[in-house]
Design a protein around this ligand. Structure first.
Ligand code: HEC
Ligand code: HEC
Ligand code: HEC
Ligand code: HEC
Length: 152
């Protein structure tokens, strides 16, 4: 055996031993119970507060907007994509401070502004500065729920 190995081998053995001891103490108890992850994390994630109520819940109280939405081009959109996560409002309708009601050029432009990375056949794009600049906001003309209901 080369002479260097006589000092290096015990050192390696020591490192491996330290690694195994550290690993033993650092791995959480529930790791590996179901798979290569910490099983307790599932309960922790499930206990997090819910932020989105979901369209079906919004529809229970807002059938007017829901019916309008269903008949036009925005039928595929969820309510909360525009109004923001609102489980709190769905729980208690008096809680309204988190409801977004933005119909500005910038807001609608999130989906409709010209962007080469977006497929035109999925979302129609307009130049949000040049498109009908005679009115300030998009909702001054388009009804957000029934987009082809153009206001005069
Ligand atoms: C339990 C019934 C109920 C549910 C569920 C509900 N709402 Fe409401 N919502 C109301 C009522 C009632 C009002 C009117 C409150 C008022 O004007 O005082 C309201 C008002 C609103 C408004 C207008 C607020 C304003 O400032 O004028 C928006 C926008 C809205 N809701 C969106 C939603 C969305 C999005 C959801 C689903 C996440 C939802 N609502 C779920 C009952 C509900
Ligand atoms: C494309 C975005 C968008 C989507 C999708 C959308 N809304 Fe709205 N909603 C708006 C905007 C913008 C306003 C504010 C309109 C205004 O100020 O004239 C509004 C207003 C409202 C209001 C208040 C109406 C009033 O007369 O004050 C309610 C209630 C509402 N939305 C419920 C819903 C519900 C329920 C859904 C899903 C079924 C939904 N919205 C989907 C953008 C949207
Ligand atoms: C979350 C993304 C999203 C937001 C936000 C959004 N839209 Fe849309 N919009 C769509 C999709 C998806 C369609 C349906 C596909 C299409 O026809 O382009 C659509 C369709 C439309 C159409 C009809 C286009 C056509 O070809 O008939 C108009 C007009 C429109 N939106 C206006 C608005 C206005 C005004 C706002 C702001 C209040 C808005 N949109 C906000 C995604 C969005
Ligand atoms: C002054 C009224 C007015 C305003 C403000 C307005 N639009 Fe329009 N929009 C129209 C009319 C009218 C049409 C029909 C086609 C045309 O004349 O361009 C239209 C068409 C569209 C279309 C379909 C385009 C196509 O090629 O089929 C989309 C998408 C759209 N608007 C989105 C928006 C968005 C997003 C905003 C805000 C940035 C907005 N509009 C602001 C009146 C308006």
């Amino acid at each position: 055996m080369p002479v260097q190995l006589k000092t290096l081998l015990p050192l390696f053995a020591l490192f491996i031993l330290i690694f195994l001891i550290a690993r033993h103490f650092l791995i959480p108890d529930s790791f590996g119970k179901y798979g290569h992850y910490r099983a307790d994390s599932m309960d922790e994630i499930a206990a997090l507060p819910v932020h989105y109520a979901g369209k079906s819940l919004c529809i229970e109280c807002h059938d007017t907007e829901a019916e309008m939405l269903a008949l036009d081009q925005h039928a595929g959109l969820s309510c909360e994509i525009c109004h923001g996560p609102n489980a709190k409002h769905a729980d208690d309708y008096e809680v309204k401070e988190f409801l977004v009601k933005d119909g500005s050029r910038k807001f609608c432009g999130r989906c409709h502004s010209i962007n080469a990375a977006r497929k035109l056949e999925n979302v129609i794009q307009v130049d949000i500065v040049e498109h009908h600049p005679e009115k300030e906001k998009c909702i001054d003309c388009h009804n957000p729920h029934a987009v082809w209901e153009i206001k005069e």
